[in-house]
Write a protein that binds this ligand. Structure first.
Ligand code: AMP
Ligand code: MG
Length: 341
């Protein structure tokens, strides 16, 4: 080959290589954050190329948006029969979207699994605590606790046996009762989104307000690592880190939503036995391998209510589940071989 021909070929090959490089999609870390759903922050992280990531993020947002409307207990929307409507129609059988029927049925099962610690039929009681917290946020000077007599009255209308799901209908047999699915809805939504992104062939880590799910690995075959926030550090620093390998991790913590009355802080997770915020734990993270994020979500709320002792026993009895309890002192208690790194 003549020198000049070789030089031309080399130049052409170099150009072709550059062109090929330009055509290989960049696999940089991409993040989408959603602020408008489930009253929480949702993040999706993936190393896909831009077009694939944008498509995945749009698909995720569509699912979050639609489930957020269906599971909203505070607002109704045009042309949607959601849980706020089901609650308003208590006493009458209501035709619902299959997602609502599925979520409510699961809620009934979680009542059994968690020995009543998670009760989605406790809407009447939870509403009083929710209103007290919102009032406290709006007017901290006049923050007050729910009225004891009102709590006792509300507690008469929280029987899970009065929640009847048949096909795609829900009947709240007690007209005074209402549903609150806050303990499991984020996990359900995370599962639905993960299912869709899995079908699209995307590797990702999704964090839906504390319900974390992953699919596949990071580039180079590394596991996705989720940080468990240090409950004492107001959003900074980690109590632990854990590899979430095609598994779900759910964290419940009183530091996430609380209010203060006379110098005492009250969390948003209510113990059905006392009708007051559960105390004794700062946060609980439950890792579920081969189980849904919804189950992890239910178990983390249950463990927060039950505490490290009984909650730990509950976790030991669920195959694939393990938990890390962080106590208010900062002490950490792991159950079921929680794989803290
Ligand atoms: P999570 O963040 O998953 O632990 O769920 C907390 C949310 O679940 C609260 O904001 C309430 O809406 C609801 N909730 C609180 N306590 C309970 C309980 N004992 N059973 C069922 N739902 C609860
Ligand atoms: Mg939960």
């Amino acid at each position: 080959m003549k020198k000049s021909t070789a030089r031309t070929l080399a130049a052409l090959l170099a150009a072709a290589f550059l062109f090929a490089c330009a055509c290989v999609p960049e696999r940089e870390k991409r993040t989408a954050t959603f602020f408008d759903y489930f009253d929480t922050v949702i993040t999706l992280v993936s190393y896909s190329d831009k077009a694939a990531f944008d498509e995945a993020a749009a698909a995720a947002e569509e699912i979050f948006s639609s489930l957020n409307k269906l599971f909203d207990i505070y607002h109704e929307y045009d042309n949607v029969v959601n849980l706020a409507a089901v609650n308003r129609m208590a006493g009458e059988r209501t035709e619902v979207d299959p997602a609502i029927a599925e979520l409510v049925s699961a809620g009934k099962e979680y009542f059994e699994l968690t020995r009543g610690a998670v009760n989605i039929a406790m809407g009447a009681v939870l509403r009083l605590w929710h209103d007290a917290r919102i009032n406290a946020e709006e007017d901290p000077e006049h923050a007050s606790l729910p009225d004891e007599a009102a709590l006792a009255e509300a507690a008469k209308h929280c029987s899970i046996d009065d929640v009847i799901v048949e096909g795609n209908t829900v009947l709240l047999r007690d007209p005074e009762m209402s549903l609150d699915v806050g303990a499991i809805a984020k996990g359900y939504a995370a599962d639905r989104v993960a299912e869709k992104l899995g079908e699209m062939g995307v590797s990702f880590m999704l964090n839906c307000g504390g319900a974390v799910l992953t699919n596949g690995k990071k580039p180079g075959g590394e596991d996705w690592i989720a940080g468990i926030a240090d409950p004492a550090a107001a959003g900074e620093g980690f109590a632990a880190k854990v590899a979430v390998d095609s598994a779900a991790l759910s964290t419940s913590g009183s530091y996430l939503r609380s209010f203060t009355v006379d110098g005492k802080t009250y969390g948003h997770i209510i113990d059905p036995a006392t009708l007051r915020p559960a105390e004794g734990t700062a946060s609980v993270s439950v890792l579920c391998v081969g189980i849904s994020a919804m189950t992890a979500d239910a178990l983390s709320t249950a463990c927060f209510v039950l505490g490290a002792g009984i909650g730990g026993e509950l976790i030991e009895g669920v195959e694939g589940a393990s938990a890390l309890f962080v106590l208010p002192s900062g002490e950490k208690i792991a159950s079921g071989g929680f794989p803290e790194r």
